[in-house]
Design a protein. Sequence first.
Length: 599
Amino acid sequence: MNQTVSQALARKWRPRDFDSLVGQAHVVKALSHALDNQRLHHAYLFTGTRGVGKTTIARILARAVNCEQGISRTPCGKCQACVEISQGRFVDLLEVDAATNTRVDEMRALLENAMYAPTAGRYKVYVIDEVHMLSTSAFNAMLKTLEEPPGHVLFILATTDPQKIPPTVLSRCLQFALRQLPPDQLADHLAHILSEEKIAFEPGALRLLAKAARGSVRDALSLTDQAIAYSAGHVGEETVRTMLGAVDQQVVHQLLQALAQGDGKALLELSNALATASAPFGAILDELAAIAYRLSVAHFAGGLDAEDPDQAALQNLQGAFGAEDLQLIYQIATHARAELHLAPEEHIGFSMALVRMLAFKPGGQAAVVRSAPLAPPVVKATVPIPAAKPAAATVETVEAVTTAPVAPKAASPAVADEFDNSPPWDTADDLPIAQSKPTVEVKQQEVYSQAAAQPAKQAASGDLPSAANWPQVSQEVPAKGLTRQALVQAELVEASRDGDVLQVVLRTAIKPYTEPSMVTRLEGALGLYYGCTVRLQMQFGEAQQTAHAVQSETRRQALEGAKQALQEDPFLKDIQNLMGATVVSGSERTLSNTGPADI
């Protein structure tokens, strides 16, 4: 008893002409003009990801040039050449898989037949798929034939990785980059096919299939075949969501509602429920970032896309977040997605990402609570006095050894790891110099009387940085780590105000400090200092009037002055005269070799 085996949708609905091709209008237009005007090139290169139509277009082109009705963009599809090409048995169409025919001997044997005239068609067409897999020797063997082939030969190359093709081959081909299809276009194509196949479906299910296909028509049709089998002939949204393990949009919207309301308890309850259901946390973070993007676009475009299927749900969220909140949610979601594998458990990494979204607010709206600092220890400054020696001696000035307390830090108004209200200077500069006693003990109140007890400074909202005050300003801005380094190593070029926005242009000689991520951190630090929104442009070039350069020059001058003072010190002169001592050149140092602009 014969049984009929159904054909896969990807094979059954493979386009047979240019009119049925989906999503590659730019390629169809160029090839149609070439065929209608009889201006064919001897070699074509089609590039693009899997399932976008590279081999399909190659076969359509082979039919168009070999149709018995003549060369045309619309082959008849009924003549012997068209039928045999569709069935894959046309003798003058040679389809080669370069992944399994990589050696030079195989390529030479293939090209030796190129000199012979076609057996049945008008052109002998060579379709070489995944051409980037050929060896270097194989590419070299085909170069001459590819550049000057016989008039009856047509080469069509296809690849998913054009970067691996030698430039000498690329220069001999007309190149066409095939595009991935957007989800909406793929969903419409699937709806047309299922309607023709008389299969019931739900539009939401097709959107899920189109999104999972990531621009590939073949993948979309293969997933649709799977959905038909999984759902017993009815392609429903819930069935497809279960099959794909896709994220329920309602859950993502609930997470965003809890974020908008600042409800931490609800957030963690949702996270625990997702963990119980073994939800794909990475996919949920992707959805959070995607919705943050759509809401950001709606914020600046004046409204949501009218054709957005989630418009009603997103409409409720649109007014709940400001533009800066959405940027923060997007950044935290994408970073957490990339670092999810580093968490002790995916559930923990996901929950911490939600906590960050709730705790961190732009513009210092929420503070991070810290425990009270411990009382700093007693500071000791020890200055050894050289003992008199009966013979010639060498005298060195020795730097005071200090154990300075860590200054108590104020609560940080923004991201705790980045901005800091602690004094940006070194307390060692304020230590008293011992004059007569070998060991001097200094209490906490004495050390912190001038520096450590002072809070971080903040500029008035109307102030502008200038070239003259920038070295000082860059040290007062509440920042630490790389952000602090970038500030003290930068030179002010220009500063101006545009309404409530402070526009600053800096120049730095260190290239990494011009990266967008660093610019964002600098904008946050400067915004805290000036109490307004800051838009920063960081230029790369030689920087001179920086805090680090100014302090280095100040320290150099201080060291020169210290050397001069040593030479004129009467006590040292007496020691040199009485004991024959000398000062070791290069051993002179200031009491503190650090300062606010040190890195």
